[in-house]
Every structure is written in C-alpha cells, then in structure tokens.
Design a protein around this ligand. Structure first.
Ligand code: BGC
Ligand code: BGC
Length: 728
C-alpha cells in the first residue's frame, strides 16, 4: 500500500497561530540578502558566531553594560548573544534584564553590519528560569504527565510574553528528545518516553512560544536522549529504524509547527559527534524533514571535537567539518576571536566554500528579519505578569497518584505530621535550570525564590478537622516523638537539583539519608503518604515501598507545587496526572518502555507502573469503542464515563497493534491520547484522529534501507482494554 500523504491536513492548523515570523520567509530572505551583499568576510564570520553576553558586560561577568561594549561589538561582530544558565546582568530583576538587553540591542544597531543587532537567546525551559522573581512552571516531564498539549501551549505563550517583556528574542526550548533512560540527567527536561505523545507536546510548545513572539528551538537533534548507560553525552547507538520510528517524530512535529531553530545534539551517534554529521544535520534534518530554518550548535561543541571527543586535530578542521555538516551558528560562547580566526583560515584554505558561509550567514540574517530585528521594535516593559494561577493549575495537572491503600488519601481529619527535605525546599521543588544552571543554591547566586511549599500549603489550607504540624527531619528523636502522636505522616522526599551530567542518577536512587528517614518514619507504624519530587522514577527498597499507605509522584512541580499538592492531598482536587514513562521495578528494568517489541524468549517484563498509569479519587469506565478509516488516518471514538463519586480527569492512551510487517513491532504502540474532565455519573464520547504516519512500519533488513509505510492488514486499536479494528 502506498504511503498516505494527507496526514498534514489532520494536524492543528499552524499559519494563523504564528506570531513569529511576521514577515514571510521570502520577504525576510530578501531583506537578509540585501544586508549580506554588503558584508565583508570578517562580518560574515562574526555573523555566524554566538557570544556570551558577559563579553559586553562590566568586568566580563555579571554586571551592567560595559562602557566599551560598543567597541566589543565592532570587534567581535557577533550575530547572536546568549547567557549561560544562571548568568545574569546586574541588577538581576526583570527591569534589569529589559534594560541590559535593550542596551545591547541599541549598541548592536549602531555597531553591527547593516545596523542589525545581535539576537539574544536563552534557556527559558520552565518559565524564565534565570530571572529573580519569576514564577516557574513544572519541568516538561510533569507536563508530559498532564497529557494536555493545550496547557503546554498556554505555558509556552506565557513564557514567551515574559521573555519579550525583558527583550529576549529566542528560547532554547523545547527539548524534543525522548526520555527513554531514566538514569539520564536530562530525563526531566523531556515530555516522556513515547514518540507521538511527545510530538503532540512539542508542536504545542512551539506554537505557544512563537505566538508569544520568540523563536523556538527544537533540541537536541538527534538521539541525545539515549546516551549509553544513561550518561549525558555518551555515545548513542541508533539504528536507522529506531531513528525514524522513535527519535524523529517529535522533531517532525516541531518543524511542522514552524519551529525557527534546531540545536544540534552535543553527543555522538554511532561513533560520530553529531556536530560533524552531515547525514544527520543536513540529509535527514533538511532533506528528509524539510527543515528550512537555523541550525545552532550546542555550547562550545566545535571546540569539543578537538578537546573532548578528539575526532579532530585542530579547530580549523573541526570548524570546517562542523559548518559543512550543517551548523549555521556556533554557540562559541567565550573565545569568539579564536573561532573567528579558525573559521577564516578554513574559508581561505577552501575547506569551507564561500557559498556555504554565505548560506549560513543568510540564515542568521533571515532568522533575525523574521524576528523583526531589522526594524525598530517597541521596548519590553521589564514587568512580568503574575502567572501564579497558571503555575498552580499546571502543577495540579501533573500530580500522579501511584498508590493509595485503604484510602490513606484524602486527608480529611486528624493530626497530620509533615516532614522531609522536600517539604519546604525551593531548590528541590524547582529542579535544575532554576536561578542557576544547576538549580537554586548552586553557583554564586544566593537568591532563593519564593515558592509555595508543601509544608506551608498543608498548614495554611487545612480543612476543618485536620491539624497539621511541620517538623524538619534533622532532629530525629523529636521527629519520631511527633510522629507517634500523629494520625498520618506526609513525608516529602526528593532529588537535589542538578542539570546535565551532574544530574545523572545511575541507580535511580535517593540519598541514603532520605531512605533512612523513610524507614524510621515507617517504623512508627503510622500510615505514611510519600510525596516524591524527582526528575525520574525512583527505586525505593521493596520492603519500604510495600509499607507505604500512599505514593504521590510530583515530578519537579515548580513555584506553586505546594499549593497544588495540598489541594490534591486534601481531596479538594483529584490527581489528574498519568505517568509519561514506564516506571521500572528494578535497575535491570531501567529503559523498559511501553513500545518494546516481543522478545525471543517469550517473557513479558512487567514494569512496576506502566506508561499512562495513575490513580484518582474517582474511577472511569470506557465503552462503545469504534475505529473507522478517514482520509489520512483512522478515527477512533470511545465513550468515557465517570463511575465514581468525585469529579476527575480521565486520561487514556490510544494504542495500536500493527499487522505482521516483517520486522519486530511494539505489541501496542502508543499513538495518541483521549482525555476529559467529568463529573460523577457524567459520560462523554471522545474521538481522536490518528494520522496514518503514526501507524507506519519501518521495514527492511537490519541496517535499512528505511522508509515508512502503512502495510496492508488489520490494525487493532485499544483504549483501556476496549478494542476496535480496521483493515487497510
Ligand atoms: C545545553 C543546551 C543549552 C545550552 C545553553 C548546553 O549545555 O546542552 O541544552 O541550551 O547549554 O545553555
Ligand atoms: C552554563 C550552561 C551551559 C553549560 C554547558 C554552563 O557553564 O551555565 O548554560 O549549558 O555550561 O556545559
């Protein structure tokens, strides 16, 4: 059967939603060409490099704009500037950011070729994380659990509006990598394990950011989420088949939504650093996926070909290979002079053609024209909107109830003791990329954001009949005495904040001290409600896990996490979240995923909690499942009824079983989600169109060739155990 090509029609219409770009690509490119045609070789070289903004601030570090910043612009000629995670101007206030960036923009207009300022990029990966006073949202993993792309889009829009208020142009977000190995330090930055479910989040994120006027970046292209042994930036072995079936869909979705930039994977795939891969950065990204925007490197990654990977003898050759592979803009970020010299030598030595340099510079200028940087723009207000309500709603949507024996929850009466290191810690609750790259309390910034903590929210919002005391876990004797007098104990444990390789957690473990605390508290014999704030599934010793009265996964819930948790623990709200990943029962099961194909020995590994799992205070029943062919795909419908006594959100993953294709296929492939909030007794018929591309099989011998097609045969769809089939 021929590949079905009408899929695009089924996707959310994008054109109307795109506030950026305001110029058409053709108009932008025409204006870019006019600027490019007057540029010297040095100016073009500057244009394709991204400098750290400390190069223009006083003392070369966090400070106000330097007196000689104009001269630095004339000398370095940067096409783009950025801050590192946690690097801020002075003062680090919304107004401080707005003034500094506006100042740098004005200097750029005066000192840079064609009067085109440098574009400013930053990592606002869960709100404007570097800015003191900003409200931070749950990290992506939690949003993955909400399975609500409309919410993701709303958060992205709010983030973009805050960024524009501070004159920021470009977000290094969203992470379109899959979370396939929970040991990996960036698992929490992903929306989860499942390609098409993540794809839906990625298009929403891109649409939201760009509707708010900033450029989105799909990162990190491609395969960054599967480093070997879960170690950040270790080599990933990826077959062509896995590339197409697993890793490309989120990027495809983001490109269709109009993402203006793609960032290259800082790691390596099949023994080649991605920054040197023409196959991935050009043939696949531009050829196969049709990406027409800007490709930016990751942090210092051309140098790292020489200094870390040792694939290249010197920066000249590394620059040549990387630029020829497809890197348009190099995130240097400090030694811009060294890169300029190397790139110049590569061009003069004809290792890079003039045409390739022109193409990269043209893409930079086009990108900036699309962002309106070629014209005078209104200055940002330097004032952030109050997003606490949105942050609370978002946190509430993520919370996932994994155990609730004999209805330990909700907490409706009696004496509740709350304790544990995560009960009142902004650092744990916000995770990495918050204030600092490695999180609150790391680096030399002492500022601690105000957050709604679990301890304070439980205390201030306790219903009549519940009394709450909060005790830190330090003084164990006093704590255990208080525990003996309590009716229930809420214990909040969590991972210390971290980012990238520092966040790798090879044992999926909490610190020993926290496990000891859990043991001590359980030994009181009182019912223990464990709340986990973590960026991944955590393995608890089985004997302790079995004794928990309730287990709540809160992910990294952000600024309003405490308030959202209190509502759910007190039963004022339900638990809307469902796991966006497979929760292993042991370290040996780490990396198990819902789309794992049959195994030769026939055994089925059962994870502790499967993808999509989550309990609530109510229950849902499904019925009347149908599947029918529609142009470009399959329309699924199913009736969902709330058969419990509380309002709740029913979320169910739609899974497909393919006919025999000649290759191993997932027993049940997740292809979409149906979801509704229903009152007790209410029922609703939900429908979803599954685009045909989600049913494609990538068949062929072990090394490829790989093209997807919907093979003829019977396709079975399943929602909550109900099935319907259609035959293509
Ligand atoms: C990360 C990117 C990030 C960049 C800029 C790199 O270390 O891999 O995700 O956008 O730094 O902070
Ligand atoms: C920066 C981060 C960056 C990282 C790259 C840090 O110093 O603050 O933004 O992602 O380096 O390794």
């Amino acid at each position: 059967m021929k590949r079905l090509l009408t899929v695009a029609l089924l996707l959310t219409p994008v054109a109307s939603a795109q506030a950026v770009p305001t110029l058409s690509r053709t108009e932008a490119e025409t204006r870019a060409r006019a600027v490019l045609s007057k540029m010297t070789l040095d100016e073009k070289i500057g244009q394709v490099s991204m400098a750290h903004f400390f190069r223009f601030l006083e003392g070369g570090r966090s400070g106000p704009v330097a007196a000689n910043a104009g001269d630095s612009f004339s000398r370095l000629l940067p096409g783009a500037i950025l801050n590192g995670g946690g690097d801020t101007p002075q003062p680090n206030t919304p107004l401080g950011w707005a003034d500094t960036l506006r100042g740098l923009e004005e200097l750029g207009r005066q000192h840079l070729p064609g009067g085109v300022p440098a574009v400013f990029g930053t990592d606002s990966v869960h709100g404007v994380g570097n800015v003191a006073g900003a409200t931070l949202y749950p990290h992506n993993l939690g949003l993955g659990a909400a399975f609500d792309p409309a919410l993701t889009r709303e958060i992205a829009l709010a983030t973009a509006q805050d960024m524009r208020a501070m004159n920021m142009d470009w977000d290094f977000s969203p992470v379109a990598d899959l979370g396939r190995d929970p040991r990996w330090g960036r698992f929490y930055e992903t929306f989860g394990e499942s390609p098409w479910l993540v794809a839906d989040q990625i298009s929403a994120d891109v649409l939201g950011l760009q509707a708010g006027g900033v450029a989105a970046t799909l990162k990190h292209f491609v395969g960054y989420g599967s480093p070997s042994l879960g170690r950040d930036r270790a080599d990933a072995e990826i077959s062509l088949r896995a590339l197409h079936e697993l890793y490309l869909p989120p990027f495809k979705a983001g490109i269709r939504a109009g993402a203006m930039a793609v960032m290259a994977n800082s790691g390596s795939v099949n023994g080649l650093p991605v920054h040197a891969s023409h196959t991935l950065l050009t043939d696949v990204l531009r050829g196969e996926l049709g990406f027409g925007g800007l490709v930016v490197s990751d942090w210092n990654d051309i140098d790292r070909l020489v200094t870390v990977y040792k694939t290249h003898a010197d920066l000249v050759r590394a620059a040549a290979d990387s630029v020829n592979a497809g890197i348009d803009l190099y995130m240097v970020p400090y030694d811009v002079e060294k890169y300029a010299a190397a790139l110049k030598e590569a061009v003069q030595g004809q290792l890079i053609t003039q045409a390739r340099l022109d193409e990269a510079a043209l893409r930079m200028l086009t990108f900036k024209a699309e962002l309106n940087l070629m014209d005078a723009r209104p200055a940002g207000s330097g004032v952030l909107a109050d997003h606490r309500a949105l942050a609370k709603r978002a946190a509430a949507a993520t919370l996932t109830l994994l155990e609730n024996d004999s209805s330990a929850l909700p907490l409706t009466r009696g004496r509740v003791l709350v304790t544990g290191p995560a009960m009142d810690s902004a650092a744990i609750q916000l995770g990495g990329w918050s204030v600092n790259w490695q999180g609150v309390g790391k680096g030399n910034v002492t500022y601690v954001p105000k957050v709604s903590t679990l301890a304070s929210a439980l205390k201030t919002s306790a219903p009549a009949g519940v009394s709450v005391s909060a005790l830190p876990d330090g003084k164990r004797a006093a704590l255990l005495k208080a525990a003996a007098n309590a009716d229930k104990i809420v214990l909040a444990l969590g991972e210390a904040p971290a980012a990238e390789s520092q966040a790798n957690n090879p044992n999926l473990a909490l610190p020993d001290s926290q496990i000891q605390l859990l043991r001590d508290v359980l030994d009181t014999g009182k019912p223990v409600v464990l709340v986990l704030m973590a960026g991944r599934p955590i393995l608890l010793p089985e004997d302790l896990r079995n004794r928990l009265a309730a287990l709540v996964m809160a992910y990294l819930p952000g600024s309003e996490g405490g308030a959202a948790l209190a509502d759910a623990l007190y039963g004022r709200a339900g638990f809307a979240g469902r796991l966006p990943f497979t929760w292993p029962g042991s370290l040996g099961e780490a990396g198990l995923s819902a789309d794992r194909p049959p195994e030769g020995a026939g055994e089925t590994l059962l994870p502790l909690y499967p993808l999509g799992f989550g309990l609530d205070y109510t229950r849902f029943a499904t019925s009347a499942m149908t599947a029918s062919a529609v142009p470009g795909g399959v329309s699924i419908s199913v009736t969902l009824k709330n058969v419990g006594e509380k309002t709740g959100t029913g979320t169910f993953i739609v899974r497909a079983s393919l006919p025999p294709t000649g290759n191993l296929e997932a027993v049940k492939r997740p292809v979409g989600v149906v979801r509704a909030e229903l009152k007790p007794g209410e029922s609703r018929t939900l429908s979803l169109t599954v685009p045909a591309e989600r049913l494609e099989a990538f068949t062929g011998d072990v090394f490829g060739p790989v093209t997807g097609s919907v093979v003829p045969g019977e396709y079975r769809f399943e929602v909550d155990g109900k099935q319907a089939a259609i035959t293509f």
